[in-house]
Structure formats: structure tokens, C-alpha cells
Design a protein around this ligand. Structure first.
Ligand code: C5P
Length: 220
């Protein structure tokens, strides 16, 4: 058994993108390396937590030592997170596609020579963060979401926290001028019930370590 302030705690982390099939060979996805979710899982384990790591097809390898659950779609990710409950905390770091293709084909779509392009029908995906935060039963004591914003970061993140019913939002400014998108560093504002706290520019690993320490304090 691990030692550390999170020993005995079970924490679900979502990470990476989701892939929403168009047909067996094509999909729709968000850009996400899974780097921040992976760093966070590592930092939580370093403090002793048992981490259930529910990941879409990320480009960085999953951390060693987690309970690994690989998924493709948002609907699979929701089912995997629900199956992982009860847990002490849930941290939703995945970049979940907002929609899936409702008329996905079960065979590869072919050009039919007419010059007409296929029409995709989209249906909304479940909001995993909101669903977990609003559970009547088995709601983790701490539910944390992320928000990538390009302007009015704090106002938008506070609104998101209220709308989704989660406890904390980790907001970051991803406007092109910051160079954060795809970079190794992150500059975040932590939004909690008691207000907004802006952290200095840190590596994604340092953001993960700070956040893990805060999670340990909150669950203490
Ligand atoms: O609404 P928005 O996508 O900006 O919210 C981002 C937060 O919500 C992230 O924590 C993300 O993991 C989570 N989310 C989710 N399921 C969705 C969409 C977003 O869990 N379908």
C-alpha cells in the first residue's frame, strides 16, 4: 500500500481526446495530446492515490501504475467513468468531442461519382463532467473540470463551474499569443467556491503537482 496524503484515495482521471466515428476508417476528434491528464495522474499517484485513468486515443503513452481504461468515444468514456465510481474525486481533463455522428456508416463511405458530398448528422454527446458532478448517488466528493478559454478567462470559467455543477475549474488562456496550446507550459487560474487564484506560468508537470497537492488538501 502506498504512503502519502492521498493513500487510500481513489481518483478517476479522464484524459486525451475522444474519437467519434464517421465510418469504420474515419473519425472526428479534438486536438489533445493527453499530456496534462497524464501528468496529473502521475502527480496523484506520487501522493499515494489509486488512479483510474480513462483515456481516449492520446498521443502520449498512459502512465504506468494506473488502472487503465481505454475508450474511443465520449459515450464509452462516460460509461467507463460511471463504472469506476464510487471514487473520492474525479478530474475531467479529457478533450471530449461535443458531438458524435448520428448517421455513422458501418461500411466505408465511398465517393459515388456524382460529385455530391455526404451529409453528416450530428448529435450532442453527454457532458461527462456535468453528469458526474450532478449525480444524486456516488458523487465524488471533489469534481474538477478544465476550461480552455481565449478571452475573459475567469468570467467564462466561473460560469462554466456553475453550469456544470463541479467544485473546481482549472482554466487556462489558450489564445494564440500565449503559445500554450501544444506547448510544454501552462498558465492556469484555479476557480473554486471561494474565488479565482491565478498561478504563475509553470510546466505542465508543475501544474499537475500543484493541483494534486490541492486535491490532497481538499480530501484531507
Ligand atoms: O464545455 P467545455 O468543453 O469547455 O468544458 C470543458 C470541461 O468539461 C473539461 O473538464 C472536459 O473534460 C469536460 N467535458 C466533459 N464531457 C464533455 C465535454 C466536456 O467531461 N462532453
Amino acid at each position: 500500500l502506498g504512503a502519502g496524503p492521498l493513500a487510500g484515495r481513489r481518483i478517476v482521471v479522464t484524459s486525451g481526446p475522444t474519437h467519434e466515428p464517421i465510418d469504420p476508417v474515419r473519425y472526428i476528434a479534438n486536438r489533445s495530446s493527453g499530456a496534462q491528464g497524464t501528468a496529473l495522474a502521475r502527480a496523484l499517484m506520487a501522493l499515494g492515490a489509486q488512479v483510474v485513468f480513462v483515456t481516449g486515443p492520446a498521443s502520449v503513452p498512459p502512465p504506468e501504475g494506473v488502472d487503465l481504461v481505454r475508450v474511443e468515444t465520449a459515450r464509452e468514456m462516460l460509461a467507463a467513468v460511471e463504472a469506476a465510481l464510487p471514487a473520492d474525486a474525479a478530474v475531467c481533463a479529457a478533450a471530449v468531442a461535443d458531438w458524435h455522428v448520428a448517421n455513422a456508416a458501418d461500411r466505408k463511405m465511398k465517393k459515388d461519382g456524382s460529385g455530391r458530398a455526404p451529409v453528416l448528422d450530428f448529435a450532442e454527446n453527454p457532458d461527462i463532467l456535468a453528469r458526474i458532478a450532478r449525480r444524486a448517488e456516488d458523487r465524488p466528493r471533489l469534481v474538477v473540470g478544465f476550461a480552455a478559454e481565449t478571452h475573459d478567462v475567469v468570467a467564462h470559467a466561473e460560469a462554466k463551474r456553475a453550469r456544470k455543477g463541479c467544485d473546481w475549474i482549472v482554466a487556462n488562456d489558450v489564445s494564440p499569443a500565449t503559445g500554450i496550446m501544444g506547448g510544454a507550459e501552462n498558465e492556469v487560474t484555479l476557480i473554486t467556491a471561494s474565488g479565482a487564484e491565478t498561478w504563475p506560468r509553470l510546466s505542465k508537470d508543475e501544474v499537475a503537482q500543484r493541483l494534486a497537492r490541492r486535491i490532497a488538501e481538499a480530501l484531507a
